[in-house]
Design a protein around this ligand. Structure first.
Ligand SMILES: Cc1ncc(COP(=O)(O)O)c(C=O)c1O
Length: 427
């Protein structure tokens, strides 16, 4: 099979630069300059097609939302029926209550829930609820929780976010007044003493600690989350799990259900409605009720299409045991990649990020130049052979992915590893 090329994508990007600052938003930039698609025209099941006509098995899945597969028939049918009833109605659709009840049934910490449109809105709402409940202002965070002022990091679209240095990531963001960040403290998810220090030094002032489970590499994960919970509760701080990536995927009820560590509040979004825009904050009743004291709203929050898509998506995940499928294929991919690395004597390790349904392959050569060269050649080759594996972000699996998809991916990875090794590792 010929290596794919991306002329049309690149031409379109050049034209787009005249009408959209930077051409496209940073997270949808070309993964590898000159060697990966920028514009996708169609998706069906686990596959998608780019504007140059190249077909891919997609393990990026729009960064997580496509949990059942592209153009999933049951969701599309439910959406078409709902379109005839109206998209956004004055006041509330009864469907909203059905979805709230479903979230409360499946997410362990959920006693009440609110609906939003995006992950950033949900995390911002969760912080506002925690602040309103505790009457305190300060927040401890680590990692990515969206683009809103309180939590945004990095900035600038001239480089791809995952290629920026760590210093750039935490530097002041143009357009965000430093005063907004003065109550936000960043801890290191892999050094819990940094969190302890923040809690002690700001005694009685921290409203919430927010953590996305995929930020943790400290093992065992369960113990780390338990320690974080113990620390926050000792200091009477609201613990928020940002399960925007892990919700509905690691288990229907997220990492908290899988590990049995229950936070006070949780945010979910990706994976909830198979690509339709929706998010939720769920949590303990006494904390969630602070929603009524503060001001959080949105014209589009009760929009019916995303709600029916969410109800149908969750039903399909339940019927076909979605999370079990993600675990099974994730483990197959991880084991297959590790066997390849071992047999081919390549210094690489596949792991879940943090758990098997969100796999990733890390190269471990100590020589940074060598590591980067092999990584780049491997991902370039894999993408140009029709497999969308992200070079710096965990991968996702949908209900439409098959064992055959994984087997074909492993064969392609073997070839790409061979080419990358031959080019860079001396015999
Ligand atoms: C853990 C986490 N929180 C929040 C967000 C922000 O979600 P959105 O991009 O929908 O605003 C993301 C998005 O990637 C995320 O991964």
């Amino acid at each position: 099979m010929k290596l794919y090329s991306f002329e049309k994508s690149e031409q379109m990007l050049e034209l787009a630069k005249q009408v959209f600052p930077g051409g496209v938003q940073a997270s949808r930039f070309q993964l590898i300059y000159g060697s990966s698609p920028v514009y996708i025209t169609k998706g069906k099941g686990s596959h998608c097609w780019d504007v140059d006509g190249n077909e891919f098995i997609d393990f990026i899945l729009s960064f997580g939302p496509i949990i059942l597969g592209y153009a999933y028939p049951k969701v599309n049918q439910a959406v078409k029926r709902q379109l005839e009833e109206g998209v956004l109605l004055t006041f509330n659709p009864p469907l909203q209550n059905q979805l709230l009840k479903k979230l409360i049934e499946i997410i362990p910490c959920a006693e009440m829930a609110t609906l939003h449109k995006t992950g950033s809105e949900a995390t911002s709402a969760s912080i506002r609820i925690a602040r309103a409940f505790t009457g305190k202002n300060k927040v401890a965070m680590c990692g990515y929780h969206g683009w809103h002022d309180w939590c945004v990091r990095g900035g600038g679209t001239t480089t791809v976010p995952w290629e920026r240095s760590p210093i750039e990531k935490t530097s002041q963001v143009p357009g965000v007044p430093p005063s907004i960040k003065q109550d936000i403290y960043e801890y290191d998810a892999n050094d819990l003493t940094s969190l302890e220090r923040i809690l002690v030094e700001n005694k009685d002032e921290i409203a919430a600690v927010i953590i996305a489970p995929e930020e943790l590499v400290l093992s065992p994960l369960k113990q780390t989350l338990q320690e974080i919970k113990q620390m926050t509760h000792q200091h009477e701080v609201v613990l928020i799990f940002d399960e925007i990536k892990t919700g509905f995927r690691i288990s229907l009820g997220g990492v908290q259900e899988y590990l049995g560590v229950i936070p006070d509040l949780t945010t979910v979004s990706k994976g909830m409605a198979n690509g339709f825009p929706i998010a939720a904050v769920v949590g303990k009743k006494e904390i969630m009720e602070a929603f009524t004291k503060t001001a959080i709203s949105g014209t589009f929050n009760p929009e019916t299409i995303a709600i029916i898509a969410a109800l149908t998506t969750i039903e399909e995940l339940e019927t076909f045991q979605g999370p079990q499928h993600f675990w099974s294929l994730g483990e197959k991919l991880i084991t297959g990649l590790n066997n390849l690395a071992e047999n081919m004597k390549i210094e690489a390790e596949a792991t879940g990020w943090p758990l098997a349904p969100m796999p990733f392959l890390r190269f471990k050569y100590e020589d940074l130049k060598l590591r980067e060269a092999i990584r780049r050649d491997f991902f370039t080759r894999v993408i140009r052979k029709g497999i969308l594996l992200h070079p710096a972000h965990n991968w996702f699996i949908s209900l439409s992915h098959t064992e055959k998809d994984v087997e074909h991916t492993l064969t392609t990875c073997e070839e790409a590893l061979t080419v990358a090794k031959q080019a860079h590792v001396k015999k």
